[in-house]
Ligand binder design. Structure first.
Ligand code: NAG
Ligand code: NAG
Ligand code: NAG
Ligand code: NAG
Ligand code: NAG
Ligand code: NAG
Length: 377
């Protein structure tokens, strides 16, 4: 893990031509009404800061990241702090899949000593330098050409992501992708949240989570789907009624739900089929900062990761605006990642009836809206 992390960082940097503009240059956008501001970099199409107002009207940076931008490509811990992950998010069992029309492919086996592919392999979309293709005061569009054969995947895939900030503190992400040959595509935005901005609290135990999801993808000790879709009823994963993360995380102890010996969540929830794209499928809020996030999406599932083991490889110094200047680090269970996506490894589980193979005639699409507000008391 450590060696591969260093290696990928070096490889990604080496592909930069000297004439390229700085891939770590901060690109700032703002909603027309000034309610939300964010910074991005071309490297990995990462979001690096997101500022919204808390209950007393002070802007807070509520996502994790690095002040030293070069770490987005070179941190051996490789937490994926806010990039687009692809071309296939999450895990591929045994780093192997077979196209419906035939042809078996082996992809970069970058996790669990070669037992699976995570987030597109050794050099996933997060470690590439994206092109900035359009820009306004409130939006940015990045694109990435991923050549045939990269990380073992068939077909050249062209992806665009548009990040837009809108009035009333809304962040809209729109992604689309095309291919010249059949290939699996699953993208996501891999942003780490702490709605208290490490100011009102140092973890997410008092964050409320609500999820319109009645099933989850059962996984084994290394988080590979077993093939079963399980019912949340009677498990710590039932968030149909809101619950705090602090009340639920301890209940996962001994269940191995987030992998062997793991405590917390790292699971794929399947949204209820009757949930409308026009209503929030997921909400997260803190009474301390007063910040509430509602997520609307066209995706059918979501991975929620509660930063179990974020300090396992090394302790990552926080951004200065999170207390990093005093040496504070991002601790386990101090953040949560909310990845809107499809069912993980459906390409190896055809019994679920979820087709993730994209053909040249298709356009893959991913759209989510993150709406921020102040909790009504
Ligand atoms: C795992 O993939 C390898 C090739 O990378 C293949 O030889 C092997 O048969 C696969 N194992 C299983 C259990 O599918
Ligand atoms: C960026 O755009 C140039 C010019 O169109 C193209 O040659 C290059 O492949 C693009 N790079 C990426 C990473 O998409
Ligand atoms: C992708 O590369 C493989 C191996 O070189 C080749 O067989 C295949 O035709 C290429 N696909 C396309 C769409 O060019
Ligand atoms: C989950 O289990 C509950 C209680 O047994 C049942 O009412 C519900 O229909 C089940 N949901 C699904 C999606 O299977
Ligand atoms: C979807 O259906 C379930 C079961 O009937 C119900 O409990 C839930 O409230 C519905 N969700 C929405 C968003 O309408
Ligand atoms: C990170 O810091 C914690 C708390 O000081 C410590 O328990 C842990 O061992 C550290 N992790 C690493 C990888 O050094």
């Amino acid at each position: 893990m450590l060696l591969s992390g260093l290696l990928v960082g070096l490889l990604a940097l080496r592909t930069l031509a000297a004439s390229d503009p700085d891939p770590f240059e901060t690109l700032t956008i703002k909603a027309p009404d000034g309610s939300i501001t964010a910074n991005f970099i071309r490297a990995g199409a990462h979001i690096t800061n997101l500022f919204v107002k808390d209950k007393v009207g002070v802007f807070r940076d509520i996502i994790l990241g690095y002040d030293d931008r070069s770490l987005y490509l070179s941190d051996p811990a490789h937490p994926y702090f806010g990039p687009v992950v692809g071309r296939y998010a999450n895990r591929i069992k045994n780093a192997t899949f077979t196209l419906p029309g035939g042809g078996t492919f082996h992809t970069g086996a970058n996790e669990n000593h070669g037992l699976d592919t995570l987030h597109g392999g050794f050099i996933g979309f997060d470690l590439h330098i994206w092109n900035l293709t359009s820009q306004s005061s409130s939006s940015l569009t990045f694109s990435l050409l991923d050549p045939n054969g990269t990380e073992g995947f068939p077909g050249t895939v062209t992806t665009t992501v548009t990040y837009a900030l809108q009035d009333n503190a809304e962040w809209k992400i729109s992604m689309s992708a095309r291919t010249d040959s059949e290939t699996p595509i699953m993208l996501s935005s891999h942003t780490y949240w702490n709605l208290d901005a490490y100011h009102y609290s140092q973890d997410v135990s008092d964050h409320f989570l609500q999820l319109q999801a009645d099933q989850f993808v059962a996984t084994d000790g290394i988080l590979i789907p077993t093939g079963e879709l399980a019912n949340v009823t009677g498990t710590p994963l039932d968030f149909r009624q809101p619950a705090t993360l602090g009340s639920r995380i301890p209940e996962t102890s001994g269940t191995n739900l987030c992998g062997t010996g793991c405590v917390g969540f790292d699971n794929c929830w399947i949204y209820e089929k009757n949930t409308s794209d026009a209503a929030p499928k997921m909400s997260l809020w803190s009474l301390k900062s007063g910040i509430r996030l509602d997520i609307l999406t066209d995706q059918i599932a979501a991975q929620v990761y509660t930063c179990n083991g974020i300090a396992a490889t090394r302790n990552i110094t926080r951004k200065a605006d999170h207390g990093g200047s005093n040496g504070a680090v991002y601790a386990d269970h101090s953040c949560v990642v909310l990845e809107q996506q499809s069912l993980i490894d459906a390409i190896n589980n055809p019994q679920w009836g979820v087709n993730q193979f994209v053909e040249p005639k298709d356009t893959y699409e991913w759209n989510s809206l993150y709406k921020f507000s102040i909790v009504k008391s």
